[in-house]
Design a protein around this ligand. Structure first.
Ligand SMILES: NC(=O)c1ccc[n+]([C@@H]2O[C@H](COP(=O)([O-])OP(=O)(O)OC[C@H]3O[C@@H](n4cnc5c(N)ncnc54)[C@H](OP(=O)(O)O)[C@@H]3O)[C@@H](O)[C@H]2O)c1
Length: 263
């Protein structure tokens, strides 16, 4: 299927590994000109080499922390100056640490909101004027199943990501007339470094072994397995496609059936 995004400019935030990297690779396979970003320059360069070696496409790196407004502003300005525009924006960042209510102070919530909600808002505010000018845009916000069905030991994630769904839905209505779609994806457990980190904190807290961690998770998923980064990436690429132009304001689960509710 031709996604119709050949030569569109795509910024995938937080994309030197995991879900962001997989989404970036898929968009590059579909012919998009890619801007990838993360904080660690060395890892980001390796990712650029990997993607460019596979697809032969344009892949530019931008070392930036998406929680820093000034760095986001500079990155978007540089992308527009180097690649001409931003047509596709994938909002993504790292995840806040796991824990329960007693593990955190209000400052921890402020950091989580900066990481997941404010970074999304900053990226959208910077990219949207360029999309409006072209009367075409695709925004996909990476959240989590925790935004729809809170996960007990992820109280920071549950809190910040629900805000992203509220922002994305509101924004979708206000930019729709410019041909810009705004959707969220809610991945369930997908095998990345982030999940390996959650496994480590499970082991460190004495709850059991790595095998116990994965068994517990798999038992909670109707498909009885974790998702793959490829499955995640195909969904994001579809939402970024020309053909998905009438889908906006949705929060789509990619979770093997994990979420129990109807909506
Ligand atoms: N994997 C899952 O099962 C799953 C499920 C639901 C939701 N999520 C969420 O999806 C997001 C991505 O998860 P993942 O599993 O792909 O994580 P990951 O494998 O740890 O990758 C995170 C990526 O984000 C970059 N990053 C982190 N903080 C950043 C920042 N402040 N500014 C710019 N780049 C930043 C990292 O590079 P640097 O460290 O070099 O910056 C890295 O490239 C997270 O928010 C996670 O909580 C993941």
């Amino acid at each position: 299927m031709d996604l119709g995004i050949q030569n569109k400019v795509a910024l995938v935030a937080a994309s030197s590994s995991g879900l962001g990297k997989a989404a970036a690779l898929q968009l590059s396979r579909e012919g998009a000109k890619l801007a990838i970003c993360a904080r660690n320059e060395e890892k980001l360069s390796k990712t650029r080499e990997n993607i460019a070696a596979e697809t032969g496409g344009v892949v530019q790196t931008y070392t930036a922390d998406v929680t820093q407004q000034v760095q986001v502003n500079r990155m978007v300005a540089d992308i527009v100056s180097n690649l001409g525009s931003i047509d596709i924006l994938i909002c993504n960042a790292g995840g806040p640490p796991p824990g329960f209510v007693d593990d955190f102070t209000p400052d921890d919530y402020r950091s989580a909101v900066e990481l997941n909600l404010m970074s999304t808002i900053s990226l959208c505010y910077e990219a949207i004027p360029h999309m409006k000018k072209n009367r075409w845009g695709r925004i996909v916000c990476v959240t989590s199943v925790s935004a729809k069905q809170p996960i007990p030991n992820l109280i920071l994630s549950n809190t910040a990501r629900a805000g992203v769904l509220g922002f994305a839905k509101s924004l979708s209505e206000q930019v729709a007339s410019y041909g810009i779609t705004v959707n969220s994806v809610c991945p369930g457990y997908t095998k990345t470094e982030r999940v390996e980190g959650l496994a480590q904190s499970y082991i460190d807290s004495g709850k059991g072994t790595q095998e116990d961690f994965y068994k517990t998770i798999e038992a909670s998923i109707p498909m009885k397995r974790l998702g793959t980064t490829e499955e995640f990436a195909h969904t994001v690429a579809f939402l970024a496609s020309e053909g998905a132009g009438y889908i906006t304001g949705v929060a789509l689960q990619i979770d093997g059936g994990y979420i129990k509710s109807l909506f």
